[in-house]
Design a protein around this ligand. Structure first.
Ligand SMILES: N[C@@H](CCC(=O)N[C@@H](CS)C(=O)NCC(=O)O)C(=O)O
Length: 236
């Protein structure tokens, strides 16, 4: 296959849990592009050095190398204009960029305070020390401390979802009648949380939880069943 996505994996190489990689996976599915999803671990910086940076997702599309989920979405939209649009036009693309910024600066940091510590048992043993050290540096405290107040923090997290909740009371998807890239951005965060943790980040009767279910129907068994692979150890 001449299209590959480097995709964060856990101890089980089939366990794929990165919120950003889920954005790109669903964008590729939306465009109908067959892709090989290559497992990548945090410490395998050498494997993606050709992209000039050290994070996934990295897309290799024929001769093109594209890093960063937003850049990948733009690349797919411009390279495959005849496939279904990820944005629905330039104005919607500009608004999707706001959603991307909201997810990166509000949703994912909020979810980190709820589930970050639960990632550790799912990691490849070679990644554990790097993950604990790098996240301690990023959050300014040990990983367990980030989630220490989660029973209380979850209320703040849920309250901060009010704009999303108001939207989803009026329409089935973030993008309207059918899902598109802004849905994939936000879904990536919730998919990350449900992959790595059993902690209930949403109340079951929340319209946001109902939307997550619709997104899981849309994404198919690859997305719905992913949490089951969390605890399976690397067979190699
Ligand atoms: N802005 C980037 C963020 C990508 C990112 O942070 N990816 C994480 C995986 S979820 C990563 O590769 N981290 C590498 C590390 O922490 O060393 C995007 O949207 O793709």
């Amino acid at each position: 296959m001449d299209r590959q996505l480097y995709d964060l994996a856990g101890a089980n190489p089939e366990f794929r849990f990165s919120p950003y990689c889920w954005r790109s996976r669903l964008a590729l599915m939306h465009k109908g592009l067959r892709t090989e999803f290559l497992p990548w671990r945090f410490t395998e910086k050498d494997k993606i050095a050709f992209s000039g940076q050290g994070r996934v997702p990295v897309l290799v599309d024929g001769g093109r190398v594209v890093a960063d989920s937003w850049n990948i979405a733009l690349h797919l939209e411009t390279t495959y204009p005849d496939a279904p649009s990820l944005f629905g036009g330039p104005q919607a693309q500009a608004l999707a960029r706001f959603v991307n910024g909201w997810a990166d600066s509000v949703q994912l940091p909020g979810l980190s305070r709820l589930v970050l510590a639960d990632i550790v048992p799912a990691l490849h043993e070679g990644d554990v020390e790097y993950f604990l050290r790098s996240r301690q540096e990023r959050f300014g405290m040990p990983v367990e401390a980030v989630c220490a107040g989660r029973e209380r923090e979850v209320e703040t997290f849920r309250a901060n979802l009010a704009p999303l909740r108001l939207l989803l009371r009026n329409q089935p998807f973030v993008c309207g009648e059918a899902p598109a890239y802004a849905d994939y951005i936000v879904f990536g965060g919730f998919q990350w949380a449900r992959c790595v943790s059993d902690f209930p980040v949403l109340a079951a009767d929340d319209v946001v939880a109902e939307w997550v279910e619709r997104m899981l129907d849309h994404a198919g068994p690859q997305a719905r069943d992913m949490p089951k692979l969390r605890r399976v150890q690397n067979p190699l």
